[in-house]
Design a protein around this ligand. Sequence first.
Ligand SMILES: *[C@@H]1O[C@H](CO)[C@@H](O)[C@H](O)[C@H]1NC(C)=O
Ligand SMILES: *[C@@H]1O[C@H](CO)[C@@H](O)[C@H](O)[C@H]1NC(C)=O
Ligand SMILES: *[C@@H]1O[C@H](CO)[C@@H](O)[C@H](O)[C@H]1NC(C)=O
Ligand SMILES: *[C@@H]1O[C@H](CO)[C@@H](O)[C@H](O)[C@H]1NC(C)=O
Ligand SMILES: *[C@@H]1O[C@H](CO)[C@@H](O)[C@H](O)[C@H]1NC(C)=O
Length: 945
Amino acid sequence: MMGLLLRIVVFVLFLPFLAASRNPALNDDVLGLIVFKADLRDPGSKLVSWNEDDDDPCHWLGVKCDPKTNRVTELSLDGFFLSGKIGRGLLQLQSLRTLSLSKNNFSGTLSSDLLRLESLRNLDLSENKLSGPIPDDFFGQCRSIRSISLAKNAFFGAIPPNVGSCSTLAALNLSSNRLSGSLPCGLWSLNALRSLDLSDNNLVGEIPVGISKMYNLRSISLHGNRLSGHLPDDIGDCLLLKSLDLAGNSLSGSLPESMRNLSICTYLSLSSNSFSGEVPTWIGEMKSLATLDLSRNGFSGQLPGSLGDLQLLEVLNLSRNGFTGSFPEPLRSCKSLVDVDLSQNSLTGNLPLWVFELGLQQVLVSKNKLSGSIEIPPTSASTLQVLDLSSNAFSGSIPEGVGKLKSLEVLDLSGNRLNGSIPSQIGGAASLKELRLGKNSLKGAIPTQIGNCSSLTSLDLSQNNLTGPIPPTLANLTNLQIINFSRNRLTGTIPKQLSDISHLLSFNISHNLLSGDIPSGSFFNTIPPSSLSDNPGLCGSIVNRSCPAVLPKPIVLNPENSSPNPSSGSTLSPTGLHHKKILLSVSALVAIGAAAIIALGVITITILNVRARAAASQSAAALALSDDYLSQSPTTDANSGRLVMFAGGDPEFSAGAHALLNKDCELGRGGFGAVYKTMLRDGRPVAIKKLTVSSLVKSQEDFEREVKKLGKVQHPNLVALEGYYWTPSLQLLVYEFVSGGSLYKHLHESSASNALSWQERFDIILGTAKSLAHLHRLDIIHYNLKSANILLDGSGEPKIGDYGLAKLLPMLDHYVLSSKIQSALGYMAPEFACRTVKITEKCDVYAFGVLTLEIMAGKRPVEYMEDDVAVLCDMVRAALEEGRVVGCVDGRLCGKFPVEEAIAVMKLGLICTSQVPSNRPDMGEVVNILELIRCPQDSQEEELG
Ligand SMILES: *[C@@H]1O[C@H](CO)[C@@H](O)[C@H](O)[C@H]1NC(C)=O
Ligand SMILES: *[C@@H]1O[C@H](CO)[C@@H](O)[C@H](O)[C@H]1NC(C)=O
Ligand SMILES: *[C@@H]1O[C@H](CO)[C@@H](O)[C@H](O)[C@H]1NC(C)=O
Ligand SMILES: *[C@@H]1O[C@H](CO)[C@@H](O)[C@H](O)[C@H]1NC(C)=O
Ligand SMILES: *[C@@H]1O[C@H](CO)[C@@H](O)[C@H](O)[C@H]1NC(C)=O
């Protein structure tokens, strides 16, 4: 860098000497370019070929020479990422004809000397960061310059009045600067000018008189200024004008009649001004018009029939004026028409059929007063891409012909008086991206065929009278971003497949009659409550209404294909698969078989529950009686019940017992009953579980023996049972209160940012294993291990609840067990389905294996899909066999986990879910294996030692 500068200093100092010693002309060019380069920053190293030791600059990048004289004639450095000042070195380039420095970062002001270069014809400094005023004598220097562009810089101030002295100028482009003041009168002396672009500045005042002298003018753009007054009356004398763009000013008055002579003009835009009056009949004489844009003015009256003479017209924009009359019939003869925008006028009458037959791509007529039915003829051209008929008074039903419009991307019929139902043929509009049918009186169901509009990104059916369910086929529309079904009368549940739509930004179903659970998943975890409001049957934490315990979705078994007996593996033989398109694995069959048994169990339980409910009404009375008792001190009166706290102390609730069963205090529900939060007198919170199926519970003696046994179980990873309450019709269990929510919530209902870390997950798995090992040592089988029964305390430590409760039931058999843990489908060991196999603590090991995989993958053990069941352990097992088990790890960990440990933990999970109970390890072994996985070095050291 220093070397270069030094050499330049040497060059400049000893210029006469050097010039004498070499070819003087060549040295001027080399010197000029090197001095120019020295002023620049060249971060892209575009000018490395510019070497001052080189005699011949003609092969330097961006440099062109005259082959005869070898003098530099052209310097084109467009888009070279250069910055710095445009230095005086260039003034050495005496033969330069073209200087193009567009699209760089040149800064500083404009030197008035540049135009002094005798040979310069074309100067392009556009799209840089030049600023300051254009010097007064800039145009005064121009010799035979042909084109000047200073566009897209930051020049300000007035256009110098002597601009008219560049009599050879053919193109002047000063657009996109901050030039102000009025148009100089001298402008119209530039009678060689063909193209004038002064758009996007701050120019004010009227267009000066004298434009008729500009007989060479082809194109004039003054858009985006603040020009006012009328159009010059003689503008039509610029007979060669092809493009006239005056949009975005404050021009007023009517169109001067001389314009009828602009018969070769192809582009006319007067948009966004204050022109008024009617469109004159002579407009038809501007026969070359391809674009006619009169939008956003004050034009009025009916459109002239002569519009039909514009045979080359492609784009017609007359929107936002005050045009009246019917949809302009003359357009029918404009054979080249592509886009028509007549929105926001006062047109009346019908939409003519030929609109669909012309081969148009866009038809926009929103906000008019058009009426009648919409008819799409069978002869429609399939070119239409945008049809916007919104905010008119169209009536009747949506034509079935929409399905024929194969190119249609936007259909907006909102804000009309359409009735009838949405035709199923809509599914044929496969290119549709936006469908807006809101604010009509549409009835009936949303057609499932809408799932075939695979390009759909936005679907608005709001404010209609639609009924029936939300079709699950919507889930196939993976590009959907916006769904608005608000203010209809839709019923049924929200299909949970919708949580698969990954781009969803907005889902408004407010003011409907929807019910059931809100799906969980990325979008639905953060959905604003207002999008769900006023659906009396919806439940879930977002709407602050707890859901009733959910029964597993019934699975319809096809007796020809599978039987509830898991040993019927023969259905997996290829011949057995003819009717079934999805191959179910053995354990899926087991799951299904188990579900069938559950279904039986559910019936049994329902019958038993009828009895229980009768008993429960008595229990409510008993509770009311015992209320006084609970809030006072304990007695041993068997009729009013006994509250026993194992730790002794003051066993009083702070509120009466009725508060215990208050909905507001409900924490959740499980297979054995609802759980409520309450306070003891000393202010300590406890969780109270009210056992639901009272009549199933054993005698008081048996109950107390089992409960006391459970009360003695002490482990840091178990939710402590602190006491109980007994009457013949009401039993309560008093548990330690754990504040951090269930593992299920953390795994399946939390956002990615709150996802459990690897460390936390491992700790939960290990803590759970330790607690189960402890229970098994005391001969207690948990029977009901699942993520919903694992609570996390404030420090993230897992505490397992609901253990051993099955022992409280009088008959510990398969029916009861599987029905009590029905909501834990997926955790249930296969032996539950098989009446001849004894249930041992190995069923907990199985559930632990499933839980391990659930924690690792962040997926539910069984996911129901449209007509398929995905069983997590099968997925992981298959992935392990294919060597891609790492891909099963929860994506929310973002790869932040030790791969070796993760694979080992997943393998352990799979071993625990072995079909044969004796193949599963003991929980004690599991704890040892987990500790080895965590500290492999320690174990090696132990082995070595
Ligand atoms: C201009 O400079 C800015 C940084 O100052 C840079 O981001 C940009 O790419 C440059 N543009 C050109 C055309 O070199
Ligand atoms: C003026 O220059 C701008 C910026 O380079 C360009 O976009 C525009 O097309 C030019 N105008 C004319 C009439 O060539
Ligand atoms: C149109 O051009 C013709 C011939 O150049 C001229 O006589 C006539 O006056 C022009 N019409 C208008 C309305 O300026
Ligand atoms: C919806 O239907 C009900 C009864 O059929 C009717 O009273 C109501 O006006 C309809 N609403 C709309 C927006 O069409
Ligand atoms: C989604 O599309 C696939 C094929 O494109 C089809 O097999 C499946 O039935 C569709 N699902 C829904 C819910 O429509």
